[in-house]
Design a protein around this ligand. Sequence first.
Ligand code: ATR
Length: 267
Amino acid sequence: MNRYAVFGQPIAHSLSPRIHAAFAAQFDIALDYRAIEAGRDTFAPALAAFTRDGGCGANVTLPLKEDAGALCAALSDRARRCGSVNTLVRVGDAWHGDSTDGAGLLHDLTRHGIEARDARVLLLGAGGAARAVAFALADAGARELFVANRTQARAQALADALDAPARARAWDTLQREPAFDLVVNATSAGHSGDAFVLPCAAIGATTACYDLSYGNAARAFLAAARAAGARVACDGLGMLVEQAAESFALWHGRHPHTTPVLAALRG
Ligand code: ATR
């Protein structure tokens, strides 16, 4: 049976095995997809063992997305640009790295009827998750892309890396900006339990808000977005399913139906 896996830490509660099993069932593909616990120190030997066991595809999640590229013989253009790998494809006797997070976000925005093209977008955060989606938002034709981060130097570095009309902003200057069309939360604030102070002036009645996280991690941002009067406030569960579908298509050459899988996860 073809072997696939998701590597990360923590990984026990990953939904990826369930999502890929549901996709495989749509095509009667026999699939062995497991969650494998691996941190930054143990990823290389864990991937080597998986390779010896016949692994032919893998997903990579926190905290490994920025390290995974070093273990690949080749990278897609989008993975190289955003410095993040979430999908490994076995080609001959080497791993090729790709990043499907940005495409996953754009597909889910479309599902929600949210336009990135010509939009004035505020991206909160400048870490790995923000990098993975920033290039996709720019490529999708965002009219303006503001990158705001607690540590402004990181926001500046990301804005400089984007060959687009991007600007960096310090977190505390956002109060002076008029409301955005789209605000994407790519910070890890919801995971750490730190207080999240939303730049409320940036959100108005025409603003769509999107958190890359889901479940408890998205709760504080989405509540703040609704309190600020956002038009719509969405979590990132749909993006998780869509990025998985993009990975599945890279491995199996077929694009699964995502809507029923997302509906099943929402229960
Ligand atoms: P990830 O891979 O999830 O993006 P990361 O690379 O460590 O993780 O980046 C975390 C991001 O969340 C950063 O933009 C971080 O801001 P700093 O660069 O200032 O550290 C942001 N972040 C984390 N906790 C935050 C908080 N409580 N408030 C605002 N931003 C926060």
